[in-house]
Design a protein around this ligand. Structure first.
Ligand code: NAP
Length: 307
């Protein structure tokens, strides 16, 4: 976006875009190098994805994960189970995968049919194969700063993006909107840890936060993981802030073939006028999630060799 003059006032240059696709490619290229090194030692990193039922969105996500792991030279398998699968049957499958030495990463795609309790399922996956980073052992390791666990893929990907773009996190005020177990909470935990790409002062906002804009305007780094289309607007952002948009929301758009369009939790065109760096949607945080899943799976395979 080029600078322009409005009357006597110079309108600020637009924010620099964070190219999530390019960074994800870099992560995936390194993963492919690591996979080749493991293969040379006779170990083929294997990711097994379990899909229960026929949710169309889940089928698309699983297809993407399968393709990406194949492209990285990994042994990927997707086990598809009917929506009538019982919890006991799913737990028995997880037990089997936990004991299979060719399987380094296990991912059970959510949501699950209502007869299956997701927490019971996550608890059953071996923490050493929990490449989603959702098992309580890995959640605890993240909180205490123990780096031999697995960090959930989306927040881990955000941290890599910040590093690739040279964002100074130490001492920065990082405001996270959202407190989900898969994004908001681990994101906050990561940013508050002592160490590189962290050491931030963290504020976590949610639906009960009083005066959200007052909080977000304090942010040097603003991370939105809300699930509300274009909730964050320019007046909510401190000039020069780094804005990371995790949101993926479909809104109606008569000008597209499908009649819908993917947008984030940030009003991109509005906020890019005031931010210094911003992730677009799509091609921002999204591609990082799968890249970090591959990274975690290769790490699991590397650890299994060392163990
Ligand atoms: P979630 O579980 O629904 O959590 C949303 C969070 O936002 C909750 O903590 C909620 O507060 C808070 N919230 C809702 N409305 C709010 C408001 N008006 N003001 C302030 N906070 C509000 O969602 P999620 O799983 O974290 O996902 C968030 C978004 O990220 C979604 O759009 C999702 O599709 C996207 N996502 C993208 C990726 C990716 O790879 N790019 C990965 C995962 C998720 P309460 O806790 O008080 O309800």
């Amino acid at each position: 976006m080029s600078g322009e003059t409005a009357g006597t006032q110079t309108v600020q240059e637009g924010a620099r875009l964070i190219d999530g696709s390019a960074v994800a490619k870099k992560v995936r290229d390194q993963v492919a190098v690591d996979v080749a090194a493991l293969r040379a030692r006779g170990v083929v990193p294997g990711l097994t994805v379990v899909l229960v039922g026929d949710d169309p969105a889940s089928a698309v996500y699983v297809g993407g994960k399968e393709k990406a792991s194949r492209e990285a030279g990994m042994a990927g398998e997707t086990i598809r189970l009917p929506s009538t699968t019982s919890q006991a049957e799913l737990l028995a499958l997880i037990d089997q995968l936990n004991h299979d030495e060719t399987v380094h990463g296990i991912l059970v795609q959510m949501p699950l049919p209502k007869q299956i309790d997701p927490e019971t399922v996550i608890d059953r996956i071996s923490p050493t194969k929990d490449v989603d980073g959702f098992h309580p052992v890995n959640v605890g390791k993240l909180l205490i700063g123990n780096t031999d666990g697995f960090v959930p893929c989306t927040p881990a990907g955000v941290q890599v993006l910040l590093g690739e773009y040279g964002v100074r996190t130490s001492g920065a005020h990082c405001v996270v909107i959202g407190r989900s177990t898969i994004v908001g909470k681990p994101m906050a935990a990561l940013m508050m840890q002592p160490g590189p790409l962290a050491d931030a002062t963290v504020t976590v906002c949610h639906s009960r936060t009083r005066d959200l804009a007052e909080q977000t305007r304090q942010a040097d780094i603003l991370i939105a993981a809300v699930g509300r289309a274009q909730l964050v607007t320019a007046p909510m952002v401190k000039p020069g802030a780094v804005v990371i948009d995790v949101g993926m929301n479909r809104i109606a758009d008569a000008s597209t073939k499908s009649g819908t369009r993917l947008v984030g939790d940030v009003d991109f065109e509005d906020v890019r006028r005031v931010a210094s760096l911003i992730t677009p949607v799509p091609r921002g945080v999204g591609p990082m999630t799968i890249a970090m899943l591959l990274r975690n799976t290769v790490t699991a395979a590397q650890r299994s060799v060392r163990a």
